[in-house]
Design a protein around this ligand. Structure first.
Ligand code: FAD
Ligand code: FES
Length: 262
């Protein structure tokens, strides 16, 4: 039976993958069986008051390990990146992930399923972490549209290639792929019979909502709001969904594209 865990887990590794990006691999035991793409864990960082939220990047069911991919941006992630071994307290898996059952859409009608439409993943920055787990679990491969500031911010490209996904890249400085935002290319190439799965910064997600509306395309976006409790208690991560206040941590972080208001 799946449940939420709050335990002290052993670090398998916590290593730099490139520039300011790290991969944290945790030996998790039975908690692995309960992880769904789009869900996240709150990780306790020693000496830091609030736990920090990180999306599940990968689950190795054989080794019973969960991996996270994170960028060092502030105090919590800086301290975390300095820890090489030992144990960490993790709470999760939390939130609602992607609904991988057949999709029925008010926009596209009841016949639209993941099987019949093209799967399009759109990732911006560290949004790539949570969509990797999703890509590895989607039966039908598709196209990854992935934008970052610069070439040194593009992660896991080999991993996506190995999964068999096509990749379209953009960087803001033009160092790799198209120069500019990934949504500029997406808006030109997106076919109406697609399903979008997106995770990234809010300006990117806002643009995706607009593109999806224009092209009558359905799908999901995953939000990375600031979080304090991660459990729906503090009301600190509210977002408007279908005219109502929802908690990103408890009701999301994955929401249907048609209903989110950003
Ligand atoms: C559901 C979810 C999944 C996430 N997954 C990833 C991931 O896979 N990889 C990754 O690199 N980052 C991810 N983030 C963002 C990550 O939580 C922040 O980068 C991290 O909390 C920053 O902590 P800090 O102490 O280094 O930064 P500080 O800026 O010092 O943090 C201060 C406070 O702001 C919050 N905060 C700061 N930036 C963010 C942010 N962008 N999103 C949410 N909270 C923030 C922190 O939780 C903390 O409470 C995710 C966020 C959420 C909500
Ligand atoms: S983080 Fe506390 S309610 Fe969502």
């Amino acid at each position: 039976m799946c449940k939420r865990f709050d335990e002290n887990y052993e670090i398998v590794h916590n290593k730099k993958v490139q520039s300011c990006y790290f991969e944290l691999r945790i030996k998790m035991g039975d908690a692995c069986k309960c992880c769904l793409p789009g869900q996240f864990f709150m990780i306790s960082v020693p000496g830091v008051f609030l736990r920090r939220p990180f999306g599940i990047c990968d689950v190795d069911s054989e080794e019973k390990c969960v991996s996270f991919l994170y960028k060092v941006i502030g105090r919590g992630t800086k301290i975390l990146s300095g820890i090489r071994s030992g144990r960490l307290q993790l709470l999760g898996p939390l939130g609602k992930g992607y609904d991988l059952k057949p999709l029925t859409s008010p926009v596209l009608g009841n016949n639209c399923t993941y099987g019949s439409s093209s799967n399009i993943i759109v990732a911006g920055g560290t949004g790539i972490a949570s969509v990797y787990f999703l890509a590895s679990r989607l039966k039908k491969k598709g196209i990854l549209y992935y934008g970052a500031r610069s070439e040194s911010d593009l992660l896991y490209l080999d991993n996506f290639h190995k999964l068999g996904w096509k990749i379209v890249l953009s960087t803001e400085d033009g160092s790799k792929g198209y120069e500019g935002y990934i949504t500029d290319i997406l808006s030109k190439q997106l076919m109406s019979e697609s399903t979008i799965f997106a995770c990234g910064p809010v300006p990117m997600l806002k643009k995706i909502l607009q593109i999806a509306k224009e092209k009558n395309v359905s799908g999901f976006i995953s939000l990375e709001e600031k979080m304090a409790c991660g459990l729906g208690n503090c009301q600190g991560c509210a977002v408007k969904v279908d005219g109502q206040n929802k908690m990103t941590c408890k009701d999301g972080p994955v929401f249907r594209i048609e209903y989110v208001e950003l």
